[in-house]
Design a protein around this ligand. Sequence first.
Ligand SMILES: [Zn+2]
Ligand SMILES: [Zn+2]
Length: 132
Amino acid sequence: MFQCTAVTLLPPDAVLRLTAPGVDGPEEPEPYVLCELGAHDDRRTEHAAYLRPGRTPDSPALWFFWTGSGPGRIHRAESAPWCPAVLRRLDSGLVRRCAFLDHHTAPHSWDVTDPLGDLIAERIVSGDSPEG
Ligand SMILES: [Zn+2]
Ligand SMILES: [Zn+2]
């Protein structure tokens, strides 16, 4: 399934919180965030973007949730526990944890592909320049 394509501008207070002293985070966080869930019905489910990790890898992380866009946007930044799902590869024994929050919409993170990322990868492989 493709990743949801929703992008939104972080409100200044959320950016401030990310840059607050004592917070381990990027020095200048991107003001834009991308919904990380698989494509979903945005009238029933909020978009969700990962902001920063919790105290430990298992602690709830900070997420930014929003619905709508422009002046009609409703948003909140909240800690959310991780989705408990894991993907076990029987051949290699590797365990992958779902990178989404608990109770997210289907599918889990390993079944979500980023169409933009794939497009960029294709460009690199084919070696086309934008000018032709
Ligand atoms: Zn979304
Ligand atoms: Zn999951």
